[in-house]
Ligand binder design. Structure first.
Ligand SMILES: *[C@@H]1O[C@H](CO)[C@@H](O)[C@H](O)[C@H]1NC(C)=O
Ligand SMILES: *[C@@H]1O[C@H](CO)[C@@H](O)[C@H](O)[C@H]1NC(C)=O
Ligand SMILES: *[C@@H]1O[C@H](CO)[C@@H](O)[C@H](O)[C@H]1NC(C)=O
Length: 443
């Protein structure tokens, strides 16, 4: 039995790679890569890559120059090999931040002088604590045509001081993201390594046309809230061909928090997540739990996960309102997970006591197909909301196998309707048979 599963999983593994090698499908074309004629180097602005000198002035002056000279076609800011310590800085439109091989942009650990900014209107407060929040290490607000790329240089958040403040409960405000774009469009982030973010790594919020590809995102598995990429109230986002291994969700699609997110009313839509590999004690690919502006038209495919908490996780709560609809997840392989698939309406807290308990989320039109896993302790949990059952939940060709002798039932379902076809093992009588499954492959 063991060797059968071994060879089966090997087969799946090999077919995954041969498929992706022969499969050129990409959504990265939504933002064209820019060639910039005008090039400057951080060294021209006094940048010193010795790992000790603080380069805040060099970064801010270089970017000020790009913003004010406005060279036709934009400007490339070159970061040569070396370790450039700096405080946070803002990007501007029509620029490329280019990290050479061996270039490291490293965040200062001086948390006392870290600037604060207003909370996001769709969250009403900082995600962790009431009030404002620390600005992201690299920030862009209201910018367009920005590229962060190079030869796999590193953006290092040195987050352990922040993680320790979180652990010791000495944080005053919500920790900084490593990179945040707000109200921005036409953004490409590629061929960069992100490591040790204080909080979420890459956070596009109120953005459109964002491509994240060929990135590596790393943080220790016990680092708190180090999500990989969190598209939030954003549309046309493409996340492809990346390796992410962090202490929280690898990718989580969000759209605001309870009454604040409902009032702001900006959904996340048209999100593609493809060819992602990685590992996390929490979720691989997630939608939620903050989905109050709604999430729709999400395609997740060719995902390869190992040592996971939950493989694929769709999560919401009462008070969230909003909708989660037209989500397709296919071609997922996972090895060693506590849970394979979870869709649940009781996840995550509330910003304050003013949330409306009658604001129930609507979850509808969720398709999972061609999902394989070995050493998955529990295959699936689908737990709808009592007065707002999840509908159109379709499962087909799902093989999530546990460990021998486990007494956990493979599936648990409640307040859900839909169909299941070729799901083994399945014990979820709420989902009907093959005929309905055929009719629900299209939302
Ligand atoms: C960076 O942008 C933020 C908000 O967009 C602003 O509050 C802050 O003053 C800017 N920082 C610098 C150094 O320009
Ligand atoms: C950078 O990393 C990406 C993704 O891991 C890889 O595909 C690419 O070949 C690397 N590029 C260079 C210049 O090392
Ligand atoms: C559902 O989402 C897919 C992307 O996964 C999109 O191509 C399709 O048009 C959407 N369907 C509807 C009815 O919006």
């Amino acid at each position: 039995m063991g060797s059968l599963w071994l060879s089966l999983s090997l087969l799946i593994y090999l077919s995954y790679f041969s498929l992706s090698a022969a499969d050129p499908v990409t959504c990265s074309g939504i933002v064209p890569m820019r060639y910039r004629n005008d090039k400057i180097s951080i060294a021209d602005f006094g940048g010193v890559g010795d790992g000790v000198t603080l380069n805040t002035k060099a970064f801010r002056e270089a970017i000020y120059r790009i913003q004010h000279l406005k060279r036709r076609g934009g400007t490339l800011l070159y970061i040569p090999p070396g370790v450039y310590l700096t405080e946070s800085f803002n990007l501007t439109s029509q620029m490329t931040l280019y990290l050479a091989k061996g270039a490291v942009i490293r965040a200062t650990q001086d948390t006392r002088n870290w600037p604060l900014i207003a909370p996001l209107p769709s969250y009403g407060r900082g995600r962790e604590l009431p009030g404002g929040r620390y600005i992201s290490f690299i920030h862009g607000d209201g910018v367009h045509d920005v590229v962060i790329t190079g030869e796999n240089g590193t953006i290092d958040g040195q987050g352990d001081v922040w993680w320790n403040m979180w652990r010791q409960r000495t944080l005053q405000y919500t920790r900084p993201n490593l990179i945040e774009f707000m109200n921005s469009k036409n953004i490409i982030i590629s061929n960069v390594i992100f490591q040790n973010s204080p909080f979420w790594n890459i956070h596009p919020v109120y953005c459109s046309n964002v491509v994240v590809r060929y990135v590596t995102i790393l943080a220790p598995s016990d680092s708190p809230n180090t999500d990989g990429v969190d598209p939030d109230s954003s549309s046309n986002v493409c996340i492809e061909d990346s390796y992410i291994s962090t202490g929280d969700d690898l990718v989580a699609v969000k759209s605001g928090w309870d009454e604040y997110g409902i009032a702001y009313g900006r959904p996340s839509s048209d999100i593609t997540i493809r060819r992602i590999r990685g590992s996390s004690p929490f979720s691989g690919i997630a939608v939620g739990s903050e989905t109050s502006g709604g999430v729709e038209n999400v395609l997740v495919e060719h995902i390869n996960l190992h040592n996971m908490g939950v493989g694929i996780h769709i999560k919401t709560n009462i008070g969230r309102g909003g909708f989660i609809r037209n989500i397709t997840v296919s071609d997922v392989y996972m090895e060693k997970a506590r849970k394979g698939i979870k869709i649940a309406g009781d996840v995550g807290g509330h910003p304050d006591e003013k949330y409306n308990p009658n604001a129930l989320p609507v979850v509808k039109g969720i398709t999972f197909k061609d999902i394989w896993g070995v050493q998955v302790l529990q295959a699936g949990l689908i737990l709808g909301v009592k007065n707002s059952p999840f509908t159109g939940i379709c499962l087909s060709n799902i093989n999530l196998h546990g460990v021998m002798g486990s007494r956990t039932p493979p599936w648990k379902c409640s307040d859900v309707s839909g169909a299941a076809h070729l799901v083994s093992p399945l014990q979820c009588s709420e989902l009907r048979g093959a005929q309905e499954a055929a009719s629900c492959t299209n939302y």
